[in-house]
Unconditional design. Structure first.
Length: 202
């Protein structure tokens, strides 16, 4: 398998998942603006949507969208317990978390990165993020990870998007639980390896 990624982007979540799962894979960096891979390939030919992550499977098929990719990875290594078993209520709770992170946290950060966003758009995004993060902080109280004591692929995703706060001057200090949570996730060997591989950690 090959993971197409951009350093620090949401593709970090499946990168973490692949390492946590202990699977064999390669990576190729993508220049999102130029729509070119590091080897010079046209990224739009790989993923016509034009964004990462994209996971090329052994048979040549390409899977896109982070929440789908990380669940696929988790199901390839069920012994690693990166996702509850399919068909269980716990699995639907995982799906619930992945959707919340994707639609309410991830997408709320987008206007803060977009050069064309107006100040009003950025202010609205910050207000929305503040409301959602306040609720999320309450959910994390007393838990090691989103699902309790077990790390799952949702944690790799949340860790990734919370990290973006540093790049857009969004202050998370009002919620100390996030500092403890991100430190806990960051200390995992697979997370350290993913950060090193993407040049985000020396």
């Amino acid at each position: 398998m090959k993971l197409y990624f951009s350093p620090g982007a949401c593709s970090l979540a499946p990168h973490i998942a692949l390492l946590e799962a202990g699977l064999d894979f390669t990576t190729e960096k993508v220049d999102i603006r130029a729509r070119k891979t590091e080897s010079g390939a046209d990224f739009l030919a790989i993923n016509p949507k034009g964004y990462v992550p994209a996971l090329e499977l052994k048979d040549g098929a390409v899977l896109t969208e982070g929440p789908a990719i990380v669940q696929f990875i988790a199901d390839l290594a069920p012994d690693r317990q990166l996702a509850p078993a399919n068909g269980t209520m716990e699995r639907y709770r995982l799906v619930e978390w992945l959707n919340f992170i994707s639609t309410e946290i991830h997408k709320s950060f987008s206007p803060l990165f977009r050069p064309t966003s107006t100040e009003d758009m950025k202010a609205a995004a910050r207000t929305h993020l503040t409301n959602r993060l306040a609720w999320l902080a309450g959910q994390l109280e007393g838990r090691d990870y989103l699902m309790g004591s077990q790390f799952t692929v949702a944690d790799g995703y949340l860790f990734t998007v919370l990290g973006w706060a540093n790049f857009v001057q969004f202050d998370l200090s009002a919620w100390p639980v996030f500092a403890a949570y991100t430190q806990r996730v960051a200390s995992r060997p697979a997370v350290q390896q993913a950060l090193r591989d993407e040049g985000l950690l020396k």
